[in-house]
Structures are given as structure tokens and as C-alpha cells.
Design a binder for this molecule. Sequence first.
Ligand code: C5P
Length: 328
Amino acid sequence: MTGLVVRLAPAKLNLTLAVIGRRPDGFHDLHSVFVPLALADRLSLAVGGRTDTLHVDGPDTGPTDDNLVLRGIALARAAVGEGPGRPVTSPLAARLEKRIPVAAGLGGGSSDGAAALDGSLDAWGARDLVDDDRRLAAAATLGSDVPFFLAGGAALVEGRGERVQPLRGLTSGEVGVVLVTPRVAVRTPDVYGLFAGAAAAGGGAGDPSIRQSSEHLAHEFRAGLDAAGLLARAGVLAAANDLRRIAEFIVPELIGFRRALMRVTGRPIAMTGSGPTCFALYASRADAESAATSIRKAVADGGVPSPGAGPPGVIVTTIGATPGEIAS
Ligand code: C5P
């Protein structure tokens, strides 16, 4: 189909993130279990105009995300190519409703880029002309997290992000998630840069126990893990991110912030990606809602500090993406 395409671009959580080592290209090899969240941006693409354009709506917009949408469209156009038998890849007017906090470790910009890359092909009726390998290669050039979003669903992500092995999602049950995003900037290249310095003596690898936790979780997902099984592992997962201590070194206030969240929720608090978003897992969305209410109250009372430029953002969601294609 051609014309108007509307896609949901989900956020992600890294349930584990083990750094395996530094690569000759400067990136890091990872072993990470990614899951998509119901929290999503909404991207619409309509054929029209003289050049590709992007309009962004939402409370928390940022320049980095904008780029990935337009770059995703451009990469899709290059992948389709020109010539006899090729459809005209007309300019697209993109509209992005941002709901995922930007630069937060939630993969919002990467997800928008993947939705743009994939959705453009449908807008032009060109899906069959670009095979999966070609799309994956284009996604990898957009950013390390983009291939995961292109594949969709829970996955074991390896390499710098280009190796995506789908995992069975949770076999049953709902997992509620509270995301708490402090208003501090933790730049991903800075986190990996410092990690490389700190881990150089050990060959660039992270904590072996984190790698073990990550391998174990991937194995359990393959065998079939339900919501209760995942929740029972929340304590292990909260310690299973090699980048957390680096983010907390860059912004030391994050340590007190995470501890305060542990006190208020009585739950293990994990960090996703290179941060700074912290999260806690719950047996239902309703439980996550009531935890979010306690956190907001504690922020207002000063029981949870507000590092950076204002009170942290508190969002409730669930694990598992809402189906991503609304219309095409
Ligand atoms: O690919 P992406 O733009 O998301 O990466 C941002 C930065 O994070 C890279 O420039 C690199 O410094 C670092 N990175 C890394 N290893 C990864 C992913 C990202 O070193 N697997």
C-alpha cells in the first residue's frame, strides 16, 4: 500500500547489559537482553511536498531524534535506488509525536529511525524491493540500537547491536514498569569512552558476573519465562548493567537518586542502557501506577532528590510493544 503510513515506535529496556570488550572500530561488543515497551512515539509518513520534512510534537523533543527520522527516510530511499522498475521515492512529510523521553537510555531516537526506515518503504510501495539483510544493514548505519527496533520483539542483542536474535516474549502475565528519568545529561559516547578507559587493563571487558547474568537471562527467555519468573529476578537484573557505575561516576548524584528510589519503592532499581533512566518492575500495571504515585509524592517532599534541571519524569508502562503498524 502507498500514501499514508502510521507507525508506533516503542521504547526499550535493557534488562541486562554486559560489555564484552572493545572492538577495533572503537565500538563495544555487547551481550544484552532487550525488551520493547508499550510506551511509544507515533510516527506518520505522508507522501507530499518538495523535500522530506519533519514536524515534532510533544513535551520532550530533542534535535538528535529529529535527525534519525530524516536519515531513516534517506537511507530507505538509497536502498530502493532509481531506475527502471523502481517506484518513485517521493518526498515524505513526517510527523512525530514524542512520548518517549529523549537521550534517556530508552532508545526513542533509534526506534523513530527504525520506524522511518521501515515505514518509508511502505509509503512508497517498495517493501518487496529491499530484502531483510539490506534493511538490517541500513538500520545498523543509523545507530547501534536501530537493528533491534527493526526486528521488533524481545531479543538478545550482540555485537555492537547488529546481531539481533529474537527471544520468545514473556510466556504469560503482565509486567508493569515505572520509568524514572532524572533531568541530567549522560551522553552515551562519554559513558562508553570512560568505560573503555576503566576497563582497558582487563581487555575492555566488563564484570564477568554481569555477563553471566545476561547469558542466564537469555537462556531463560529461550526456555520460556513468565512474568512472575522475571519479577523474581529483579534483584539480579538491577545489578546487571556494566554501564551503570560509569553513568554514576559521571553524575554522582545518580547514586543517591537510585538509593532514594529503592527506599521509596522497596524494590530493586535498575538502569537502562547508558542511562540515566532508572526503572522498577511490578506484577501489574496497577501496582506500577501506585508506585509511581509514591515516587511523585516523594519527589515533591524531597524524599527523592531531583538531580539536574528539575523534577524527574515518572512514566508507567508495561513490557511488550503495542502492535506497531497502525495504518498503511
Ligand atoms: O551507535 P550509536 O550512535 O548509538 O552509538 C553512540 C556512541 O556510543 C558511539 O559513538 C560509541 O562511542 C558508543 N557505543 C559503543 N558500543 C556500542 C554502542 C555504542 O562504544 N555497542
